[in-house]
Design a protein around this ligand. Sequence first.
Ligand code: NAP
Length: 328
Amino acid sequence: MSYIPNGNRYDSMLYRRCGQSGLKLPAISLGLWQNFGDVDLRSNYEQTLYKAFDAGITHFDLANNYGPPPGSAEKNFGEILKSGLGQYRDEMIISTKAGYTMWDGPYGDWGSKKYLVSSLDQSLKRMGLEYVDIFYHHRPDPNTPIEESMMALDLIVRQGKALYAGISNYPPDLAKEAIDILRKLGTPCLIHQPKYSMLVRTPEEGLLDTLGQHGVGCIAFSPLAQGLLTDKYLNGIPSQSRATRHPSLKPDQITEDKISMIRKLNDMAAGRGQTLAQMAIAWLLRDERVTSVLIGASKVSQVEDAVGALNQLDFSDAELNAIDQILA
Ligand SMILES: NC(=O)c1ccc[n+]([C@@H]2O[C@H](COP(=O)([O-])OP(=O)(O)OC[C@H]3O[C@@H](n4cnc5c(N)ncnc54)[C@H](OP(=O)(O)O)[C@@H]3O)[C@@H](O)[C@H]2O)c1
């Protein structure tokens, strides 16, 4: 049976303006880095996508290399669009990126114009799309002039293959340079995508200030620290978890000290009447400069848990101080 979306999908989601642009993003967005590859079960990830769209999550984030194997998340997403979800294309913000290793040889990695333009062409084919809404340079390239990477983003937008340009993993000084170059070229930088969570607070060391000053939005990736900021690992490492399935989260990163810290956060979240995942998301949204929180989900219930964060976004100063002390 074909998918029929929830008619009330826009009632409970919060939408925030992305920097000083005209574009609004949902406070919670869904990323397809993991769980949507050929190694994953289609019925499961398909339902996860539908649940997200039903909850008012209009933004789906991809990259050329998401899978595994690389490229398969875009292909699988494209198949789901084709099987029905694509009817709602004008209600969706779809992003993709290039910047990490994608194919062999000198043109399949980093930040040359050759790589960025060819990679987006491949992504569009895999997803069966004429354009993406946001195209990102995925990481800075120390060996390509930043002007060249930014000129590639400008070109792509002028060609109509992307509506907006973004950068990811750029430290504050390079982000400022990229923002300035893009503005001069006439394609303002819409958004920056940094890693940001209670456990990784680097964007607070200058990046958020830079983005705020220049009217650029921010979408925080790995907001749950890949699942650590949930109750998942409090009683050991479950067999079906990222820590057992993917090298990006290694069991030896889950130390006793970290678990004891997470337990305290979990108790605090319970005191606020929410789950730890919900508190971790709400905590990121406390800062208006954070446009959206970009979650991952391996099942429908994780999307449901995440959107529940919107029921309790407020923090007292005492709660924020207590969190700082736990994290210190
Ligand atoms: N720009 C970049 O360089 C970059 C890098 C990384 C990610 N990203 C983007 O950010 C997105 C999100 O990253 P992420 O997946 O690391 O985000 P995350 O939200 O920190 O982690 C998601 C993982 O945590 C676990 N989880 C989520 N909700 C849970 C819940 N309620 N209870 C228990 N476990 C839960 C699930 O893993 P299991 O159930 O499998 O354990 C899920 O796959 C990516 O898909 C991608 O779009 C971008």
